[in-house]
Write a protein that binds this ligand. Structure first.
Ligand SMILES: Nc1ncnc2c1ncn2[C@@H]1O[C@H](COP(=O)(O)OP(=O)(O)OP(=O)(O)O)[C@@H](O)[C@H]1O
Ligand SMILES: [Mg+2]
Length: 579
């Protein structure tokens, strides 16, 4: 590979912009160069989050001295031939990264081609600062010191060493996931943070994502029209408050593409609360002429020739995989740990720091021991327990939780969460089967709303009717409701319609009709469900349990919380020190 200066016509076709914004972006560029140079091993060293030092050493091809000089010039690259900008397979292609970094730091480039002697070139803020022989193993080593020290405008935007370190670690993780065949080490302030041997992709992903995904993950492998999607995603109940563990790759390039992130969200729609985020590592492989990588200065966004096909593959593929998981609930397995039954606040904090996942936190919701009496009459445990997976109801606690006895343990069900799920799945099944049972209101209800809200509901009237909700425009700022889905029973029609209008407004973006319907159905289901606080008879409780057993996706509510947890006999014995 030899480096050449790009002709001006080609330079003008390259997505221009700031390449280095912070240590992590410099680090990303350097590691990408090592991978492009065929390295089998990449060693990263940082000081103070990269603010003092970013060093990357590789055992790749190396460069002879004259190429090293060229590499530091703008728009000089070995990676792009005349017309190949539409078919880029390397990480780099612009010949921008090294000169950009060298212009805002003190940079030392050392390189050695196997069988020759090493050479080094120093650059101080873009100016040559000496060169000469260097002793190093075959490969390349680049040290970047004092990044932005002389650029106050930039320096100002840098965060603490801790935050910069986190961003650097994230950048390395993404590239390490993209190239599991390469070994990596990562040191920060003299401490070894990562040692990664070359392995297959699933193993590398497992090493870098939460280990909990072993139990709470779902494998993905689907193909459609020449596009292939592989990877792992978390069960809806195993989610996070921030979207920081979503790793997306297009043809092995880590991206933060909006289309892909949106598709991931859509796949979890109505399985997860809007402010919660799944964990995912997804690898999309598409033919080179289907995707353009030259749209973003940091090369983290791409443009697809057929965005709808990509979105369809992701939403459809993930949805299918999640549906197959049916009842599996993260809480069920986590119930194995007795900590879940602790109500002490300090413990809750510890657990949160260690394992910042919703399922753990939600399942810990403390019972209020004051001021309530067991509501439903307890069912004495005399007759043998029939073998229902969710057991037979024994009673209700706090008018919110159903306690049931199963052959293999004690089951606790959140009645509202569970029922909400059943209503939604019922509506969905009815919709797919054609007709949703509706119940005409004896006296149609008039609901007053803003004019735009009325417009939205009016525009969605046909779809709403499909779900059993009949609405009609009734003057500029009111809507007439004639019928509601039968599954809703008695419900506050005014609030339902107002919520739906808000829902539709929020979903206004580029969502498919199907996605919207699902979301609207979830809102309706929430309104129609048994509230927490309602006293249930034993027969009602058992009916709910039996229905849960035969309903798909009943392990979590529409917001991604578990609907039930089971405490096995073994765990109960452990709690009482019998084991
Ligand atoms: N670690 C390395 N080992 C061998 N050659 C390297 C290494 N780093 C850079 N080079 C050479 O230097 C050239 C310039 O690198 P630079 O990162 O500036 O541009 P690029 O990788 O071609 O494109 P981009 O700006 O998109 O990253 C590369 O094309 C490559 O030939
Ligand atoms: Mg590069």
């Amino acid at each position: 590979m030899s480096i050449r200066r790009l002709p001006p016509e080609l330079i003008n076709r390259i997505a221009a912009g700031e390449v280095v914004e912070r240590p992590a972006s410099a680090l990303k560029e350097l590691v990408e160069n090592s991978l492009d140079a065929g390295a089998a091993q990449v060693a990263v060293r940082l000081h103070a989050g990269g603010l003092e030092l970013v060093e990357v050493a590789d055992d790749g091809s190396g460069m002879p001295p004259e190429e090293m000089r060229l590499a530091l010039e703008r728009h000089a690259t070995s990676k792009l031939t005349e017309d190949a900008i539409d078919r880029v397979t390397s990480f780099g292609f612009r010949g921008e990264a090294l000169p950009s970094i060298a212009s805002v730091s003190r940079l030392m480039l050392e390189s050695r081609v196997r069988g020759t002697d090493g050479w080094r070139i120093a650059i101080d803020h873009g100016e040559p600062a000496g060169e000469g022989p260097a002793a190093l193993p075959p490969g390349t080593r680049i040290r970047v010191e004092g990044l932005f020290d002389k650029v106050p405008a930039r320096r100002k935007f840098l965060r603490s060493p801790r935050a910069e370190y986190a961003a650097c670690l994230d950048a390395v993780k993404r590239l390490a996931m993209a190239r599991s065949d390469v070994g990596f080490t990562f040191d920060h302030d003299g401490r070894r943070i990562l040692t990664l041997q070359p392995v297959d992709p699933p193993t590398r992903v497992a090493e870098l994502l939460s280990h909990e995904l072993d139990r709470h993950g779902v494998g993905i492998d689907c193909t459609r029209e020449g596009l292939r999607l592989t990877g792992v995603i978390s069960l809806p109940t195993f989610n996070r408050g921030v979207a920081d563990q979503q790793y997306l790759f297009v043809n092995s390039r880590p991206v933060k593409d909006r289309l892909l992130v949106g598709a991931l969200r859509a796949a979890y729609r109505d399985l997860i609360a809007r402010d919660r985020h799944p964990i995912a590592a997804l690898f999309l492989d598409v033919p080179l002429d289907e995707v353009d990588v030259n749209v973003h200065p940091a090369k983290t966004e791409v443009r697809f020739r057929d965005p709808a096909a990509v979105r369809g593959l992701i939403v459809g593929g993930l949805r299918h995989a999640l549906d197959e998981q049916g009842q599996r609930s993260a809480a069920r397995e986590q119930a194995a740990a007795p900590v879940m039954w602790t109500t002490s606040e300090s413990y809750e904090r510890d657990v949160e720091q260690e394992r910042p996942f919703a399922a753990v936190r939600e399942a810990q919701t403390s019972f209020t021991p004051v001021g309530f009496m067991p509501a439903a009459r307890a069912q004495p445990a005399v007759e043998p327990v029939p073998s229902y997976p969710l057991g037979v109801a024994r009673g209700q606690v706090a008018a919110t939780y159903i306690i049931a006895e199963a052959e293999d343990g004690l089951v606790i069900v959140d009645q509202h969460a569970a029922h909400e799920r059943l209503v939604l799945e019922g509506m969905r099944a009815a919709r797919e089967g054609g007709e949703v049972a509706r119940q005409a209101l004896l006296i149609p209800t008039v609901v007053e709303l803003d004019e735009p809200d009325c417009d939205r509901l009016e525009a969605a009237a046909t779809e709403l009717a499909e779900m059993g909700l009949e609405v009609e425009r009734f003057g500029p700022a009111s809507i007439l409701v004639r019928a509601v889905p039968a599954a809703l029973g008695t419900t506050d029609v005014t609030r339902l319609v107002a919520d739906l209008a808000a829902e539709i407004a929020e979903l206004g973006g580029p969502l498919s009709l199907r996605d919207k319907l699902d979301h609207v159905a979830a809102t309706i289901a929430c309104h129609g469900s048994v509230r927490a606080g309602r006293v249930l008879s034993v027969a009602e409780m058992n009916a709910l349990l039996r229905e849960m057993e035969v309903t798909p996706r009943s392990g979590q509510c529409n917001h991604g919380r578990p609907t039930w947890v089971k405490l096995g006999h073994g765990e109960i014995e452990k709690l009482f020190g019998r084991k």
